[in-house]
Write a protein that binds this ligand. Structure first.
Ligand code: AMP
Length: 284
C-alpha cells in the first residue's frame, strides 16, 4: 500500500531533507489514463512520485461544478499505484488553506483570455494551489497535461516568474479511440452527448490539416472548424481560436516555422463544459 498523507507536517516528514527530490503530479482525483500517463512519466524520470489529490475549491467558479466533481479515493489510489506513484498527498481544504489564509497568486498575460474570461478567478485558484504544492513538495519535476493547454502556459509563466522549484514538464493529451480527450467530466455526458463530443477534436484536426496544406489565414481556418462543429446539434460553442502558443494572443495569420500556432476550443454539451486544443503547423 502506498502511504496516504493528509497534512503538511506528515508530508514534510515523509519527504525529509534528502537531495533526491521526487516527481510531482498534481490532480483533482477522478483519475483516468490521462493522469496515469503523467504518473508513469514521472515514475520513469524520478526516484519517487508524489501524486496530489485535491479538489481545489478556489479554482471553481460554479459551486455546482465543485459539488458535482466526481470523487472516489479508493479507485484513485489503485490507479495511482498501478501507474507508479509512491506517495499520495490528499489534504483537506484547511490543510492547504489554513485558518487566516490571505494570499492569492495572480498571473496576468496568458491567464486573461479564453478559460480566464469564461471562468473568472479560475487561474488565480490554479496558480495559488500550484505555488503551494510546488513549495510543499519541492519536486525535481512537476508534470502537467497539454490537455489543459492554457493552464500549462500559465503554470510555466508562474514557475519562471516566481522562481519556483523544479522543472515543469508538459505531457501529451491522452485520448479515447474516437479522439475525445480524456477528462474527469466525460462521465457526466449523456449517451447522445458522448457520441457528439468528438466533434471538438474533429474541428481542430480539420484546421491542422488545412494549415499543414498551406492555409495560413486564421479566419479561413476558423470557418473550416466551424463547418465541422455545425454537424453537432447539441454543442454550444464557447470559443474557437487560433493563438500564439506562448502568449495565447489571437493570431490573424500563422507564420511558417516550428513555433506554429495553437488552436483552442471550449464548448458545452448539455451540462458539461469540455475543452481541447491542437498544435497547428504551417507547411506546403
Ligand atoms: P485534473 O485532475 O483534471 O485537474 O488534471 C490533473 C492533471 O492531469 C493536469 O495537469 C491535466 O492537464 C492532466 N490531464 C487531464 N486530462 C488529461 C489527458 N486527457 N491527457 C493528459 N493529461 C491530462
Amino acid at each position: 500500500m502506498i502511504p496516504i498523507i493528509r497534512t503538511r507536517a506528515e508530508l514534510a516528514e515523509h519527504l525529509g531533507s534528502g537531495e533526491r527530490r521526487p516527481g510531482l503530479v498534481p490532480t483533482m482525483g477522478a483519475l483516468h489514463a490521462g493522469h496515469q500517463a503523467l504518473i508513469r512519466r514521472s515514475a520513469s524520470e524520478n526516484a519517487a512520485t508524489v501524486v496530489t489529490i485535491f479538489v481545489n475549491p478556489t479554482q471553481f467558479t460554479d459551486p455546482r461544478d465543485l459539488e458535482r466533481y466526481p470523487r472516489d479515493l479508493d479507485r484513485d489510489l489503485a490507479l495511482a499505484a498501478e501507474a507508479g506513484a509512491t506517495l499520495i498527498f490528499a489534504p483537506g481544504v484547511y490543510e492547504v488553506y489554513p485558518a487566516g489564509f490571505a494570499t492569492d497568486v495572480g498571473v496576468a498575460g496568458p491567464s486573461e483570455r479564453w478559460e480566464g474570461a469564461a471562468r473568472p478567478g479560475h487561474f488565480r485558484g490554479v496558480a495559488t494551489v500550484v505555488t503551494i504544492l510546488l513549495n510543499l513538495v519541492r519536486p525535481a519535476h512537476a508534470y502537467f497535461g497539454e490537455k489543459d493547454y492554457q493552464q500549462l502556459v500559465v503554470v510555466r509563466r508562474l514557475h519562471a516568474d516566481l522562481a519556483l522549484p523544479g522543472v515543469i514538464v508538459g505531457c501529451p493529451t491522452v485520448r479515447e479511440p474516437d479522439g475525445l480527450a480524456l477528462s474527469s467530466r466525460n462521465v457526466r455526458l449523456s449517451e447522445d452527448e458522448r457520441r457528439q463530443a468528438p466533434v471538438l477534436i474533429a474541428a481542430l484536426t480539420r484546421m491542422a490539416e488545412l494549415a499543414a496544406a498551406g492555409e495560413a489565414r486564421v479566419d479561413r481556418l476558423i470557418a473550416a472548424g466551424n463547418d465541422v462543429l455545425q454537424t453537432s446539434p447539441v454543442l454550444a460553442l464557447d470559443y474557437l481560436a487560433v493563438v500564439d502558443p506562448e502568449t495565447l494572443e489571437p493570431l490573424d495569420q500563422i507564420e511558417p516555422g516550428p513555433a506554429g500556432a495553437q488552436a483552442l476550443i471550449a464548448g458545452r454539451l448539455g451540462q458539461v463544459r469540455l475543452i481541447d486544443n491542437l498544435a497547428l503547423q504551417l507547411s506546403g
